[in-house]
Ligand binder design. Structure first.
Ligand SMILES: *Cc1c(COP(=O)(O)O)cnc(C)c1O
Length: 333
């Protein structure tokens, strides 16, 4: 089976397992795990921020990241298909009393005129105050679309002007960095709080990082523990993430080339495929479901990502020859 359902399906490589096995560890709740501390310092530095906090998942990282910017009863603005709005089971409302309003963009982009029209300053005892604006780069449900640096800079400048803060869901910021060549710190400078994942295309088994100021990270550390996310000798996992950051970032370019190859085979314009995700539109829901079944019958696992769309994701566990084989199967469908 060639598995294109998600880039979370990667398994640790032998070298990654070796790094995990030999990791120096301690109790991280006591602040005594040197591998975790090293990873936090390294990733904070890459993004040009003061501090970082190792998280079990990107969802927890987003929930605590948005929480750091938005008080209960306040709102965060985001694009309508943002992971924080669609794919975290309402955690921001359920745990933190955060509300959301959304703008709609087919490529998940920053739409500053609409954001301006949505933005609500403190207007007295009736209206929800907008405390933050969240963006997702790359944008998962918009097919791995990249948010251009210029748009992120304009957004940050606007946010500073109106006293709002910016959250960046950078689960796949690595992919944006590799495809555009934009240094991670330039993206980092456009946000107050950033979340990045090691468990997607980078190929680590577990782990994400919340990045921001020392103050934000210290408070998030308390909240992570409060929510049951204090982890002990977790350097075992941080070692996998450190290995991924050192060895698996530049190779994402291969995944991007593979995705364009699959796009061509599926009749999707490869120019629309900026990173490692291809969204294939189908006629209707039953057509999408039958596409998934027929692909599986021929050894290619894909998944629906909306009622009428199928998603293909390339990653570390899919080789060039796998992609060529999958392309031949999908072209026939
Ligand atoms: C995967 C993902 C996350 C986090 O997912 P977890 O499964 O909780 O680690 C957050 N944002 C985006 C855009 C994602 O694709």
């Amino acid at each position: 089976m060639i598995d294109l359902r998600s880039d979370t399906l990667t398994r640790p490589t032998e070298a990654m397992r070796a790094a995990m096995a030999s990791a120096e560890v301690g109790d991280d709740v006591y602040g005594e795990d040197p591998t975790v501390a090293g990873l936090e310092e390294h990733v904070a530095g890459l993004l040009g921020h003061e501090a970082a906090l190792f998280m079990p998942t990107g969802s927890m990282s987003n929930v605590l990241g948005v929480r750091a910017l938005v008080a209960p009863g306040e709102e965060v603005l985001c694009e309508s298909r943002a992971h924080i709005a669609r794919a975290e089971l309402g955690a921001h409302g359920a745990y933190n009393g955060v509300t959301m309003r959304t703008w709609i963009h087919p490529r998940g982009q920053v739409d500053l005129p609409v954001i301006r029209s949505l933005f609500a300053p403190d207007m007295g005892p009736f209206f929800v105050r907008t405390a933050a604006i969240s963006v997702e780069n790359t944008h998962n449900f918009a097919g791995g679309a990249v948010l251009p640096l210029a748009d992120l800079r304009d957004l940050k400048e606007y946010a500073v002007g109106v006293g709002a803060r910016v959250h960046l869901d950078g689960a796949r910021l690595w992919n944006a960095h590799v495809t555009t060549g934009t240094p991670l710190a330039e993206y980092g400078a456009c946000a107050d709080v950033i979340s990045v994942c090691f468990s997607k295309g980078l190929g680590a088994p577990v782990g994400s990082m919340l990045v921001g100021s020392g103050e934000v990270v210290e408070e998030a550390r308390t909240w992570r523990k409060r929510m049951g996310g204090g982890m002990r000798q977790v350097g075992i996992l941080a070692a996998a993430a450190q290995h991924a950051v050192e060895h698996h970032v530049e190779r994402l370019a291969e995944d991007h080339a593979h995705a364009r190859l699959l796009a061509e085979a599926c009749g999707v314009d490869p120019a629309e495929v900026e990173t490692n995700i291809v969204v294939v539109p189908r006629r209707d829901a039953s057509d999408a479901a039958s596409y998934v079944t027929r692909a599986a019958e021929q050894g290619v696992r894909v998944a629906t990502v909306g009622p009428t769309t199928v998603r293909l994701v390339t990653h570390l566990g899919v080789s060039r020859s796998d992609v060529e084989r999958a392309a031949a199967v999908l072209a026939r469908l």
